[in-house]
Design a protein around this ligand. Structure first.
Ligand code: WT7
Length: 662
């Protein structure tokens, strides 16, 4: 083991399984086509060259993937580090790239979104590029009529609907800055964010569907914006038709706002650095961080990474299950696929309505070819058993994807087998709200190891540093860092310069200024494959040895009786921290002392004696964020009898009650 004080960890579990991609896929994929054209002999050679020549690489990508009103004069300007600027002097607009240019190219009739409502008795609907173009133009004119101008902030609190993307696009078109807040957030959570960015206009809907039933949303938006002076208007989309409270002075229906507006509206020619959106993400302190992103970067990397990693081709049917309210939805439901002119499935509801076959049924009916979801969803479906996928024909799938947390090897193998009969490689993509696009990921030609995110993508020099800023050797772990900038990087924290510098740039400023600290730990095995171990604050220190919570969880989930696990550290006088595991068992497995003992032995055999949990507790549920991450911090607080803080942002706050005091 490495010394605790250096902050490094060693790989305790070695993964030896390797999955080679199907030959035809590897040969013909977009990424390899580019590499061949450039004369690269191997993938490794290509990745290395693109990192070393990252400015040249991004310059080519910016010219390939985006259309510019006016060409930029400089690819990247680091004179104001850590406020990097990209594509200086260039004029651009992501709306032009996402929609308008496809109309000009005569591709308006292509379906941009195939919308599938949650209630099974409602009709599915196609939205073409042409229809989106016209509606967004009307909506942009409507926003102007309300006095919204370039630079104004517009908060969007809407369910998973094509209109939500249209609201984003209307803002982008006129240079207003959108700020989405996931519609499952409490009104307090939403209000704090509206207030922080001082939004002028708020978008919401009368309601949304949950398990097929209409639920109100507008009252939460009213509650949230009560007393916030900056909010002049609330635009309300009619989705469910339920009665909602109405304020004539402020409220306006979405359909009435666009009625009578012209379907023509000039797209604002913006500076590449003009802000496109603010998206709030939670940090270590309670206050959410408003991450700012810019137009220029967003015209390039979501499209390029989607094209390379998921190999989208003209006739692909892409389905990313993330809600548009999260970064995954921003980059890979909205901007990325639209900029590529792709067809995307948008499903309004949950995977278990009306039963656990819903997702499989959609894949079968729509002939989805590329499917991207989160490990928590995979594990949830895994728990329901193989009989559900077996009822459907999923042979259309040629690539699978995962994001959000480590995909445990157990879930990885199940996902491959049950979603695509072991024929489709899994692209496990590591990235963050802050990065705007995939950063570490396999490409379709990469041989994959279960649980690994493979290597940094072309254009990234992502590596692993110890606490002093030295690159760690293979086999050891440390902090994920980006020593060089990238086009869709975060630009700032909304009005919080101090925290921006402190959280991302201060750590290595003295030794390597301009190095981005991601806040995650990772290791690389002897072959250079990356394994993400979790957030910096989620690494345990047991008897001077650092062990990632995620690694112990992975070991537990690999046991045949375990469905999900959360591991926390309990203060221990002798060891510093003792490992405590909370475990959800698979359907029909009974908890017992013997099983708890067996699980400890299992961790001992897979990871070694250092990692044996001091306690194993069986629970029915674990508190999770809306994006599906288990909130270890909340589990830990509850288990140790400390205040759990604000749990309103959780998907299942009731799960907290089931965590025992230990
Ligand atoms: C954090 C970012 C980026 C989209 C969804 C979440 C974790 C993300 C992976 C992965 C292991 C992952 C990291 C990261 N994460 N992808 N493939 N393997 N961990 O966005 O809410 O900004 O969270 O999610 O810890 O820092 P986010």
């Amino acid at each position: 083991m490495a010394e605790g004080k250096t902050g490094t960890t060693k790989v305790l579990m070695e993964e030896t399984r390797i999955f080679e991609p199907p030959k035809a896929l590897a040969e013909n994929c977009n990424a390899w086509q580019w590499a061949k054209k450039k004369g690269f002999k191997t993938e490794k050679e290509m990745r290395a060259w693109c990192g070393e020549h990252y400015l040249e690489f991004w310059d080519e990508m910016a010219k390939t993937y985006a259309d510019w009103y006016k060409p930029y004069t400089k690819v990247m300007d680091d004179s104001g580090m850590p406020y990097f600027k990209w594509f200086t002097g260039g004029k651009v607009n992501v709306f032009y790239n996402a929609i308008e240019r496809h109309i000009k190219a005569g591709k308006g009739a292509k379906v941009a979104y195939h919308f599938i409502p949650e209630p099974t008795d409602q009709a599915e609907k196609d939205y073409t590029y042409q229809e989106i173009y016209e509606t967004v133009n009307k909506l942009a004119n409507g926003l102007k009529s309300l006095g919204v101008v370039k630079g104004d902030r517009v908060s969007i609190y809407m369910p998973m609907l094509p209109e939500t993307v249209m609201a984003m696009l209307a803002c982008a078109k006129i240079g207003a800055i959108h700020s989405l807040v996931f519609s499952g957030f409490s009104s307090k959570g939403f209000g704090d964010r509206v207030d922080d960015c001082q939004a002028k206009v708020v978008f919401t809907s009368d309601g949304f569907y949950r398990r097929g039933k209409p639920m109100p949303l507008k009252p939460q938006a009213d509650e949230a914006t009560k007393g916030i002076q900056s909010v002049k208007n609330v635009i309300v989309l009619k989705r469910t038709g339920i009665e909602v409270p109405w304020n004539d002075a402020k409220d306006v229906w979405f359909h009435e706002l666009i009625k009578g507006q012209s379907a023509e509206c000039k797209t604002e020619e913006l500076d590449a650095e003009d802000r496109l959106f603010i998206l709030y993400t939670s940090g270590t302190t309670g206050k959410p961080k408003g991450i700012e992103h810019a137009h220029g970067g967003y015209c390039v990397t979501p499209a390029q990474t989607l094209h390379w990693v998921f190999d989208l081709k003209e006739n692909d049917v892409w389905w990313c299950t993330a809600d548009v309210g999260w970064i995954t939805g921003h980059s890979y439901v909205a901007y990325g696929p639209l900029c590529l002119g792709a067809t995307t499935i948008m499903y309004e509801g949950s995977p278990d309505f009306p039963d656990f076959g819903r997702w499989y049924k959609i894949i079968q009916e729509q002939k989805v070819t590329v499917f991207y979801t989160a490990p928590t969803a995979v594990r949830m479906l895994m728990k329901q058993g193989e009989e559900w996928p077996a009822k459907y024909d999923l042979s259309s799938i040629r690539l699978l994807g995962s994001v959000g947390e480590p995909l445990n090897p157990e879930a990885y193998i199940w996902y491959r087998k049950n979603f695509a009969y072991d024929k489709a490689p899994i692209m496990d993509t590591w990235w963050q709200t802050e990065t705007g696009c995939f950063v570490i990921s396999p490409l379709p030609m990469t041989p994959c190891k279960p649980g690994s995110v493979a290597y940094p993508l072309p254009g990234f020099n992502t590596t692993i540093y110890d606490e002093e800023g030295n690159e760690v050797p293979l086999g050891e772990g440390g902090n994920i860092v980006n020593p060089t900038p990238w086009p869709s990087m975060l630009r700032a924290f909304y009005k919080d310069e101090v925290r921006y510098k402190k959280e991302y740039w201060d750590m290595y400023w003295k030794v390597k200024p301009g190095t981005y600290l991601a806040g995650d730990k990772a290791t690389r095995d002897k072959d250079g494959y990356w394994f993400v171990q979790g957030r910096i604050d989620d690494v345990l220190s047991v008897a001077g040895h650092r062990i990632a919570n995620a690694e112990v969880e992975s070991s537990l989930v690999a046991h045949k009786d375990v469905s999900e696990a959360a591991v926390i550290g309990k203060p221990d006088e002798i060891k510093g921290e003792a490992i405590i595991a909370f475990v959800i068992l698979k359907k029909d497995v009974k908890p017992s002392d013997d099983l708890a003992k067996e699980l400890k032995t299992h961790v001992r055999t897979t990871m070694g004696p250092l990692a044996i949990p001091a306690g194993v507790y069986f629970v029915d549920d674990l508190p999770k964020t809306r994006s599906g991450k288990i909130m270890r911090r909340v589990v830990k607080a509850k288990a140790l009898g400390n205040p759990t803080g604000d749990t309103s942002a959780l998907a299942n706050p009731e799960a907290v009650d089931g965590i025992p005091l230990i």
